[in-house]
Design a protein around this ligand. Structure first.
Ligand code: DQA
Length: 173
């Protein structure tokens, strides 16, 4: 077939056939989230972090996405992972836990990553103690989801699937 014919067919392919990005979505969890299920269940629920990881894997598979799910109690480790994500991930979902309210360093790392970022909190931080109302991280976030428990992680994946699809389509035009 002539090259121009091939180009025509490529441009006319159905929208659904656009491939989703190959790089995984990096899902980062901050300090004390390893204790989910035992830690203040009246606030954070009874699900463990492993349960949330399983939910995310299931949702990501349904969306045709890969994820890289991690947790650390250490600010520097989270920063190293964000820097790694800069090259290796297509987007970041982060529950920075208590570092939300303290860490300019996490904000700087997320800003430098130049990726879509969704900040997730299990609890509604605005309904809680005043020191939880401010997030340093939100300045670098594309969107923020809080108060919906682990459903927030799935909603973040849904939102990123749409956003990454439209970024891929824009690049393709
Ligand atoms: C949290 C809210 C933070 O204020 C708190 O320090 C956490 C968890 C949440 O998911 O609701 O550890 O990020």
């Amino acid at each position: 077939m002539m090259l121009s014919g091939l180009i025509f067919l490529w441009r006319c392919r159905p929208r659904e056939s656009y491939p989703l990005p190959m790089k995984p979505i990096c899902i980062l969890n901050g300090p004390n989230l390893n204790l989910l299920g035992q830690r203040q269940p009246e606030i954070y629920g009874r699900e463990t972090l492993a349960d949330i990881h399983a939910r995310c894997e299931k949702r990501a598979t349904a969306l045709g996405l890969a994820i890289d799910f991690r947790q650390s109690n250490h600010e520097g480790v989270l920063i190293d992972w964000i820097q790694e994500a800069r090259a290796k991930a297509s987007a970041i979902i982060i529950n920075p836990a208590a570092f939300t309210h303290t860490s300019v360093a996490l904000l700087d790392a997320l800003t430098a990553a130049e990726l879509p970022v969704i900040e997730v909190h299990l609890s509604n931080i605005h309904k809680r103690e005043p020191f939880r109302h401010h997030s340093y991280v939100s300045r670098a976030a594309t969107g923020v989801i809080c108060g919906l428990g682990s459903k927030g992680y799935e909603l973040a994946l849904d939102a990123l699937a749409e956003r990454l699809q439209s970024i891929a389509e824009t690049r393709d035009v």
